[in-house]
Design a protein around this ligand. Structure first.
Ligand code: ATP
Length: 427
């Protein structure tokens, strides 16, 4: 884990939030490479689950919502974690994440406060008046935005059951103990789908979404472990919940979740808002309140799991074996040496050609620092799948070498074939 945290800082993936002021617990900033990686993951998700499907519709709802949403959803009353303090060293813990009988994990004392319940929603005020009537919350999940827009999507898109609403967005939780790098933060991003089905078909679609989540994890190279959530850990309204866990260096922990939420949310909003949140069945012409299957993916935990899985060491060589589709840079272009104008000019030409087509390929980068070995080393470390080198032979026969990150092997490719070569690799 230390290697990944250090690589992220050193190579511009992820920095501590507000670093020059000593940081702010539970916040991290994505740097130039981190933002590319994260955007590529989000775009791949959107393509996979929205663009390529006919039955899922996108949404981007506001982070600030009427507080009645959170009252109806049960978050005001119940979105809390159990908290306990060590009276000796004053450390604070989530009571369900430590073994209280073993004593304080920081100082070993057996002197805890009573367990108290702590609501994790961040509260603020909308407008200049700070009283209870202007109180609003930063959303702790994106899901409710999809439930309150259910009728809008039905009325505008006229979908047939089953269908889904998908969104990617920020969520905020005042976590008692943020930590483990970007695993548990107070501000993070989620990719979520509410998939509306007929009550009697929930098992079929639960299994289909579980299969989809397996496929997604395979594409990213993530090994996941399915765990049935039982007893107290399962929300009272959910008939079945599974967590998809990943082996992080600090233990096997939740990466994604899949829940059958019945019609709990729509019924709550229907009751509280007095609005008809139903769906008119085509065949039966009867109004039904659909049930929902909710697959949810944390963006930041995906970034962490992807980096941990991709990191490889081969002797002195360190490389990130990222799926090229999500790699921050797709191709790096180098002149063999930086002090031969003819080589530099030719390399610049190729770089500009690829760069003008970068909406097809993704980010293309130029590098002429140091020697060729150092450049390969630097690109390997950030996971660039291919490096193009322009050498003396290029000037004679218009071919370049393309080096593969994973095998370190080089191929000679004609300049005119470069675009189709990379397009095929990224297809
Ligand atoms: P945990 O048990 O780890 O607190 P959770 O069960 O509360 O997680 P969900 O409410 O199911 O999490 O949230 C959906 C997804 O959002 C999680 O699977 C995870 O990927 C992500 N997520 C939740 N909380 C955080 C957080 N504090 N920091 C980063 N990602 C988070």
């Amino acid at each position: 884990m230390e290697k990944i945290v250090s690589l992220c800082k050193r190579r511009g993936f992820i920095f501590p939030g507000s670093e020059i002021y000593g940081g702010l617990a539970g916040t991290w900033d994505y740097g130039p490479l981190g933002v590319e990686l994260k955007n590529n993951i989000k775009q791949l998700w959107w393509k996979t689950f929205v663009i390529r499907r006919d039955d899922v519709f996108g949404l981007d709802s506001a982070i600030l919502m009427n507080s009645k949403v959170w009252e109806a959803s049960g978050h005001v009353g119940g979105f809390s974690d159990p908290m306990v303090d060590c009276k000796k060293c004053k450390s604070r813990f989530r009571a369900d994440k430590i073994d209280v009988k073993k004593g304080c994990p920081d100082c070993g004392a057996h002197n805890f406060t009573e367990i108290r319940s702590f609501n994790m929603m961040f509260k603020t005020h909308a407008g200049p008046v700070e009283d209870s009537s202007t109180e609003v919350y930063l959303r702790p999940e994106t899901a409710q935005g999809m439930f309150v827009n259910f009728k809008n999507v039905v009325d505008t898109m006229r979908p047939k059951l089953p269908f889904g609403i998908a969104q990617i967005g920020r969520a905020f939780r005042n976590e008692i103990t943020p930590g483990n790098f970007i695993f548990r933060t107070r501000e993070f991003e989620q990719m979520e789908i509410e998939y509306f089905v007929r009550a009697e078909e929930w098992e079929k679609y639960f299994d289909l979404w579980l299969a989809e989540m397996h496929r997604w994890s395979e594409v990213l190279g993530l090994e996941i472990h399915v765990r049935e959530v039982e007893g107290e850990d399962k929300a009272h309204y959910s008939k079945r919940t599974v967590d998809l866990d990943f082996d992080f260096p600090f233990g096997r922990e939740e990466l994604y979740g899949l829940a059958y939420r019945t019609d709990f949310d729509l019924q709550n909003h229907l009751r509280s808002s007095g609005q008809e949140l139903n769906y008119l069945g085509e065949e039966t012409k009867t109004k039904i309140v659909p049930h929902v299957i909710e697959p949810t993916w944390g963006v930041d935990r995906t970034v962490l799991a992807v980096l941990l899985s991709a990191y490889q060491e081969d002797g002195d060589r360190k490389f990130l074996k990222l799926n090229p589709k999500i790699a921050p840079y797709k191709v790096a272009v180098f002149p063999l040496v930086a002090n031969k104008p003819q080589l530099v000019e030719k390399a610049r030409e190729i770089y500009s050609q690829l760069k003008t087509n970068n909406y097809k390929l993704g980010t293309i980068v130029w590098d002429d620092r140091g020697n060729i070995g150092k450049r390969y080393y630097a690109q390997d470390e950030i996971g660039t799948p291919w490096c193009i080198t322009v050498d003396y032979q290029t000037l004679e026969d218009n071919t370049v070498t393309v080096r593969d990150r994973d095998t370190a092997k080089q191929e000679r490719i004609s300049i005119s074939e470069l675009m189709s070569y990379f397009e095929n690799k990224l297809a």
